[in-house]
Design a protein around this ligand. Structure first.
Ligand code: PGA
Length: 228
């Protein structure tokens, strides 16, 4: 059985109370996650403590990291600051590329910072060229990296790519990055998720909107756990 990842990204959502309610509801579900499934949730930084104080069967990630080491970089969070708190970090999400003008060079620096702190980078790409640049700028990426392919039209639109199309792109990405897990993201829901788990070149999914609802996130995990 190949490894499957389920990655949730809360983005800039949830008050403290809403985060607590999500955890309380999620905690009520009976989860029996098999070894081949890795569940990662990326809440906002300041909600991490809520998760750390409860024994939930999921790994934690953050949604971004500084491209700089620790030091005089006001407002940034350096990878070493969250070392051993989280094991994953999303890097280069299309919203960061769009609204914060993150270039492939910045993305590569973040990947290097994460890896030097033993945090696995989940690099988001929406086109092949971004993956090619990643490999050129950060040749060590495949050592622990994960690729999250998210076509722009599908993010937050309610209209996911087809599993077959996503798989065809993942095959091309595989040619570029080699043997790293490649995930699909963009309007993944409990209703459409199973098709993505069945694809040869896909190793799981990333979910934004669906991860905000504990029941939907639980159902995504259940779908992965029962994928054959
Ligand atoms: P979505 O977001 O699931 O809400 O489309 C995906 C993402 O941006 O990771």
């Amino acid at each position: 059985m190949k490894k499957l990842f389920v990655v949730g990204n809360w983005k800039a959502n949830k008050t403290r109370k809403q985060a607590e309610e999500w955890i309380a509801t999620f905690n009520g579900y009976k989860l029996d996650i098999p070894d081949f499934v890795t569940v990662i949730l990326c809440p906002a930084y300041h909600h991490l403590d809520l998760f750390l104080s409860r024994p939930l069967p999921i790994s934690l990630g953050v949604q971004d990291i500084s491209p700089f080491p620790a030091g005089a970089y006001t407002g940034e969070i350096a990878a070493t600051m969250v070392e051993r708190i989280v094991h994953f970090v999303m890097v280069g999400h299309s919203e960061r590329r769009k609204y914060f003008k993150e270039s492939d060079e910045i993305v590569a620096r973040k990947v290097e910072e994460a890896m030097s702190a033993s945090i696995r980078p989940i690099v988001c790409v929406s086109e092949l060229a971004q993956a090619a640049n990643l490999m050129r700028l950060t040749p060590m990426f495949p050592e622990t990296g994960i690729l999250l392919y998210e076509p722009l039209f599908a993010i937050g639109s309610g209209s996911a790519d087809t599993p077959e199309n996503a798989n065809a792109t993942a095959e091309k990405l595989h040619d570029v990055v080699g043997d790293v897990p490649i995930l699909y993201g963009g309007s993944v829901s409990p209703e459409n998720v199973q098709g993505f788990f069945q694809q040869k070149y896909l190793h799981g999914i990333g979910a934004g909107g669906a991860s905000l609802d504990p029941e939907k996130f639980y159902r995504l995990i259940e779908a992965a756990s029962h994928a054959t």
